[in-house]
Design a binder for this molecule. Structure first.
Ligand code: GLA
Length: 658
């Protein structure tokens, strides 16, 4: 009996202890399922992150096994978690979702307080999910990374399944894209004179000539020029050269800028011939900031800001009005409605632009140039009057108004164009080319048809000075990097007077109006954007409100050594010479025999990139110069290696050591 009681007592005790341990355990840790985190904080290069579904909205399935819970993402991806030091473990499985049928490769990585604690094998489609179980005791920050497997991020649908945190205390939260505090690399401007405008300028015989000597340095400044051809005159106080040149040929002029601290000289080659835009146009366009909220005052303010901010002194020239200056049919808005054309078929403006001639006069008086927009169909993309069947009249009107640049879209031409033959794609541009040739004015002709029919292959032949190679850019990493890094191969078709255009810049305050916001590109991404577009010889068209530029944005747009890469007279667009996972090197040949080299890190962790001379195409002792810092980094004999921030760049020039 006693034995029985002792046994019963012991059994009850054991049961109680077991139960209580169980209870303690169950109460000790709370569970945060990964699918419950704030998805707006999940960063990925393509598609939308989804709770309990794949990127393409299918039930999560890895290696033939379906999972109810998890997070469907896409490479390259990053979730930054603030673990608050309360997390004990992270558990789950990772793999490629089956929805892409045999496609996609990724690597899953966990970095805890900057230390890598987990790296999956190379995950291929069809593979069984791999187990993750890591101790996170005391960890504050966890980076959950999906890298592309080294073959680009195509089809990289990466699932974290049955994944959860065990924590005690404060709830861990997702932080979103790591913000990088703005840092300024461009050195402060010297008070001494320095001439920054392009070294070469093209003009057609008999057309009005205008070139502003862009120079930094304290004012007052006096400008002069040696060997200025007859027909041109220079205003010594503004540096604006105007006039007309009648005969074809080249003249090298020596420009001078003088202030109390010294004198700067620079050679300018003036080429009178049939080519203009011998370097990529530098300017501003109203679309990425104001879109349909544009009006005359905003354009005037942009011209003022280009001067007052000092941007003009670095070569920025064009002030371009995009869509929405014309009359709109079927609108209740009285400022936009009216007769689209006058009795002679000449196009009218809407009430937001009461006097175009006065506006371009204002822009020109500041030493700047003016640009406008139209479309070859009956209406523009935003539904305003466009040029179809009025091409000659429109070209004439734009010239009378004094415009120097026309962006010519495609919208609504889809209703007119038949078939997919290249000749059909070319037609509206051929028509406008001939209309522009009839006016006595140099008007930069910018095609905006998004790359259809491989426009880069025939853009020059049909008289384009530039052509958009892509759809519209927006201020996100996936948009900007997707467009920029896809330009490889197009370099075969660009050169002086004819440029690939991967769309306008998205740094500073943007927003497609009326409400603006700071670019969603982080600091390093903005350096990447300007560096890449400069290497690509892209027209650089500022897309932000220039009246609201902060010091960081100004630093991005006023670096003369970076701009000089874009404006190099050789006009040789960079090409990609190296790609390993998310690391890329792009090289551009420069007129003086040096190379401009962009070392880009598209991945989400800091990485070392090495540029071997054999890859860059140089030999022997070379001086490497940091273009953004405008500082020599030293002499190197067979390679140059550097750490590059996530989504960041190191932009250098490499020249033979003397
Ligand atoms: C298209 C172009 C944009 C802008 C708008 C105007 O979308 O790609 O850059 O010009 O039209 O409506």
């Amino acid at each position: 009996m006693t034995k029985f009681y002792v046994f019963r007592f012991t059994a009850i005790l054991v049961l109680m202890v077991t139960l209580s341990i169980g209870t303690i355990k169950a109460q000790t840790y709370d569970t945060l399922w990964l699918n419950k985190i704030d998805l707006s904080k999940v960063n990925q290069d393509y598609g939308t992150p989804r709770a309990n579904l794949s990127v393409d909205k299918h039930p999560l399935t890895v290696g033939g096994v379906a999972f109810k819970k998890g997070l469907g993402t896409h490479a390259a991806g990053l979730v930054e978690m603030d673990l608050k030091g309360t997390v004990e473990r992270f558990k789950g499985l990772v793999g490629i979702d089956d929805e892409k049928n045999g496609k996609g490769t990724v690597v899953f990585v966990l970095v805890a307080d900057k230390k890598e604690i987990f790296r999956s094998p190379l995950m291929k489609s069809g593979m069984q999910a791999v187990n993750v179980d890591v101790n996170l005791k005391g960890v504050k920050k966890l980076s959950m990374i999906v890298e592309d497997g080294g073959d680009g991020n195509d089809s990289d649908h990466a699932d974290w399944v049955n994944a959860y945190f065990l924590y005690k205390g404060a709830l861990p939260v997702a932080l979103g894209i790591p913000q990088v505090e703005p840092y300024i690399l461009t050195p402060a401007e010297s008070p001494k004179p320095r001439i920054n405008s392009a070294k070469v300028f093209g003009v057609r015989p008999g057309n009005p000539f205008m070139y502003t000597i862009a120079a930094t340095g304290t004012r007052p400044m006096t400008f002069s020029a040696e060997n200025l051809p007859e027909g041109l005159k220079l205003d010594p106080s503004t540096g604006i050269i105007t006039g007309k040149l009648m005969s074809q040929g080249e003249t090298v002029v020596t420009l001078k800028a003088k202030n109390t601290l010294g004198i700067a000289t620079k050679k300018l080659k003036i080429v009178v011939g049939d080519k203009i835009a011998l370097t990529p146009p530098l300017g501003w366009n109203s679309w990425n900031c104001f879109a349909s909220a544009v009006d005359q005052n905003k354009v005037k303010a942009a011209a003022d800001a280009m001067v007052n901010s000092g941007l003009i002194n670095h070569g920025w020239t064009y002030v371009n009005i995009d869509d929405c200056w014309e009359i709109k049919a079927n609108t209740d808005d009285p400022t936009l409605s009216g007769e689209p054309r006058d009795a002679n078929g000449m196009i009218n403006t809407n009430k937001k632009f009461p006097d175009m001639k006065a506006l371009t006069d204002y822009i020109h008086s500041k030493g700047l140039k003016a640009g406008l927009y139209s479309s070859p169909g009956p209406t523009t993309c935003a539904g305003f009057t466009a040029s179809y069947q009025f091409e000659d009249k429109d070209a004439q009107r734009w010239a009378e108004w004094g415009f120097d640049y026309i962006k010519y879209d495609w919208c609504s031409y889809g209703r007119i164009y038949k078939g997919k033959e290249v000749a059909e794609y070319q037609k509206p541009y051929v028509v406008l080319r001939s209309a522009l040739d009839k006016v006595k004015r140099d008007i930069v002709f910018s095609f905006c048809q998004y790359g259809m029919g491989d426009v880069w292959k025939w853009g020059e032949k049909t008289g384009g000075n530039s052509w958009r190679t892509t759809g519209d850019i927006t201020d996100t990493w996936s948009s900007m990097s997707g467009i920029g890094f896809n330009q490889n191969g197009h370099e075969l078709y660009a050169g002086p007077g004819h440029w690939n255009d991967p769309d306008m810049l998205v740094v500073g305050m943007v927003g497609w109006g009326p409400k603006l916001h700071p670019s969603r590109l982080n600091t390093d991404e903005q350096y990447t954007h300007i560096s890449l577009w400069s290497l690509l010889d892209s027209p650089l068209l500022i897309g932000c409100d220039m009246t609201r530029m902060d010091a960081f944005t100004k630093n991005l747009l006023t670096n003369d050594e970076v701009i000089a890469i874009n404006q190099d007279p050789l006009g040789r667009q960079a090409s990609r010479v190296y790609k390993e996972g998310g690391l890329e090197i792009w090289v551009k040949d420069m007129e003086d025999g040096s190379k401009a080299v962009g070392m880009f890190n598209r991945s989400l962790a800091t990485a070392k990139i090495r540029a071997d001379w054999s890859v860059i195409g140089v030999k022997g002792k070379q001086v490497v110069r940091d273009a953004w810092r405008q500082k020599d980094l030293g002499q190197f004999t067979d390679s140059f290696a550097t750490d590059v921030a996530p989504h960041g760049v190191k932009l250098v020039t490499i020249r033979k050591a003397k």
